[in-house]
Design a protein around this ligand. Structure first.
Ligand SMILES: CC(C)(COP(=O)(O)OP(=O)(O)OC[C@H]1O[C@@H](n2cnc3c(N)ncnc32)[C@H](O)[C@@H]1OP(=O)(O)O)[C@@H](O)C(=O)NCCC(=O)NCCS
Length: 196
């Protein structure tokens, strides 16, 4: 009996998730984005999105939950977040795009990965007290190539480019660009070896 009730509960749960996805979650997300391709898979709640920046999502993209994306740029040009085809963005992902963050086709972003194309707050204490806006040179686009794997909890900082097929180890803090076909790890991330 308990097993039967468990199965019924699971089926009801699947049905409810499917219904909310079709009726609310996916339409709400698509309405917020400039473009979303075919076969979007939203695993949970609609991503929390700040700001009016442009969001472009390719085909067959998987987006976990919860997700927070900040595109509330202080600069005059609108921020852009561009996610390619077949990209997977796992749970508790945070992206702060004040200029541009680009994620190439087939790239895998593990849980708890954070990506910042800006320094968030001025380093100068006086400027922080005055709530000064960031200067243009305190932000720079982050460009992640194709078929990159970013391990759990990694943090990618402003101005970083990650070449195609590269791997960022779990927990790495990437402050400098990574060439293609390269494994990096550590804080600050350093090259461990080339791949292939
Ligand atoms: C990067 C990774 C794939 C490397 O695996 P591997 O090829 O088997 O590499 P090794 O375990 O042989 O490690 C190679 C070297 O890198 C170091 N290293 C590996 N992972 C590291 C990490 N996350 N941080 C710091 N150093 C790391 C090892 O200590 C080793 O150093 P040494 O040569 O001085 O002994 C793996 O360690 C990793 O981080 N996987 C991510 C897992 C994850 O995030 N899963 C979430 C679901 S997608």
């Amino acid at each position: 009996l308990v097993r039967g009730l468990g199965t019924v509960g699971r089926l009801l749960g699947h049905g409810w998730r499917f219904l909310t996805k079709v009726v609310y979650r996916e339409p709400a997300f698509r309405a917020r984005c400039s473009h979303v391709g075919k076969r979007l898979h939203l695993e949970g709640a609609v991503p929390q999105i700040f700001g009016a920046g442009r969001i472009v999502i390719g085909d067959d993209v998987v987006i976990g939950a919860p997700i927070t994306w900040d595109l509330a740029t202080p600069f005059s040009e609108p921020a852009e977040l561009v996610i390619g085809d077949r990209v997977q963005v796992n749970f508790r992902n945070g992206i702060s795009a004040y200029k541009r963050v680009e994620i190439g086709d087939d790239t895998l972003i593990a849980g708890n990965v954070q990506i910042y194309d800006n320094i968030s707050h001025p380093v100068d204490p006086e400027r922080r007290l005055r709530h000064d806006r960031l200067r243009e040179d305190e932000a720079a686009p982050v460009i992640i190539g194709r078929n990159v794997w970013i391990g759990a909890g990694a943090i990618i900082m402003k101005g970083v480019t990650i070449g195609d097929n590269s791997v960022v180890a779990a927990g790495a803090i990437v402050t400098k660009s990574v060439p293609a076909n390269t494994l990096v790890a550590g804080n600050p991330a350093a090259v461990i070896r080339t791949i292939g």
